[in-house]
Design a protein around this ligand. Structure first.
Ligand SMILES: Cc1cc2nc3c(=O)[nH]c(=O)nc-3n(C[C@H](O)[C@H](O)[C@H](O)COP(=O)(O)O)c2cc1C
Length: 210
C-alpha cells in the first residue's frame, strides 16, 4: 500500500486545537463519532490491554452541567494565566481561545470523555503511570485525526479533571475508571487549517545520547 504523502502529511500537520471555529449549530451524527472511535481502537496499548472507554455526552442538560464543572475547574487557572500573558503572540491567542471555550463549552454539540480502565495508586512507579496514560492518548489523537479527516474538529482539554469526581458522579462513571480528558467535538467552520510554527526537529533531537 502506498500512502498519498501530501494528504497524510496535511492531516498530521493541520489537525489543530479547534475552539472558536467549532460549528455550534450543525448536529453531529452518532455514527460519525462511533466511526472515529472504531478507528481509534487501532491505537497501541500497553500489554495490548485495550482498556479504552468513551463517555460521549450529546444531551443538552448534561453538557450544561459539564460546562459548569469545566468552568469551576478551569476559571481560576485560565484567569491567572491570562493575567500573566501578553495578548499578542501564539500563547496569548491560545489563552483567548481557551477562555472563549470555557464560556461556551456546553454549546458544543458533543463532549467526549476518554477514559481508561484501571487507576494507579498514589506514588505509583513511573512505568505504571506511563503505561496507563500511554495506553489512552494515542487513541485520543487517532480519534482527533479521524474527526479532522471527516470535517470535524476537536480540542483536547484536561481542566475538567479538577472536578473529576463530580464528573464521574454526574455521568455514572465507575470508580475504577481513569478519565483523562474532555474533547469538545463539532463540525468546523471551514476546513482550511494551517500548519503551526514549531522549532526545527533537529533542535529537539539528540542522536545516540543527550
Ligand atoms: C495535555 C493537554 C491538555 C490540554 N488542556 C487544555 C484545556 O484544558 N483547555 C484548552 O482549551 N486547551 C487545552 N489543550 C489544548 C492546547 O492548548 C493546544 O493543544 C495547544 O495550544 C496547541 O494548539 P494547536 O494544535 O492548535 O497548535 C490541552 C492540550 C494538551 C495536549
Amino acid at each position: 500500500m502506498e500512502f498519498d504523502l501530501a494528504i497524510t502529511d496535511a492531516l498530521l500537520s493541520t489537525t489543530r486545537a479547534v475552539r472558536k471555529r467549532l460549528d455550534l449549530e450543525k448536529p453531529v451524527p452518532r455514527e460519525v463519532i462511533l466511526e472515529c472511535i472504531a478507528l481509534s481502537q487501532q491505537a497501541p496499548t500497553g500489554s495490548n490491554t485495550q482498556g479504552w472507554r468513551w463517555v460521549i455526552v450529546d444531551d443538552a442538560d448534561k453538557r450544561a452541567a459539564l460546562g459548569e464543572l469545566y468552568r469551576s475547574g478551569a476559571g481560576d487557572y485560565l484567569s491567572a494565566a491570562a493575567a500573566a500573558t501578553p495578548t499578542e503572540g501564539q500563547t496569548g491567542r491560545v489563552l483567548s481561545s481557551a477562555m472563549w471555550l470555557m464560556e461556551n463549552i456546553e454549546k458544543v454539540p458533543v463532549l467526549a470523555i476518554p477514559c481508561i480502565e484501571g487507576r494507579f495508586p498514589e506514588g505509583a512507579p513511573l512505568a505504571m503511570m506511563a503505561s496507563q496514560y500511554g495506553s489512552i492518548f494515542p487513541a485520543v489523537w487517532s480519534f482527533q485525526l479521524a474527526l479532522r479527516a471527516r470535517g470535524l474538529g476537536s480540542v483536547l482539554t484536561t481542566l475538567h479533571l479538577m472536578k473529576e469526581k463530580e464528573t464521574a458522579e454526574l455521568l455514572g462513571i465507575p470508580d475504577g475508571m481513569l478519565q483523562v480528558a474532555m474533547l469538545p467535538v463539532a463540525y468546523t467552520k471551514g476546513t482550511d487549517f494551517k500548519r503551526a510554527a514549531r522549532p526545527g526537529a533537529e533542535t529537539i533531537t539528540h542522536w545516540n545520547g543527550w
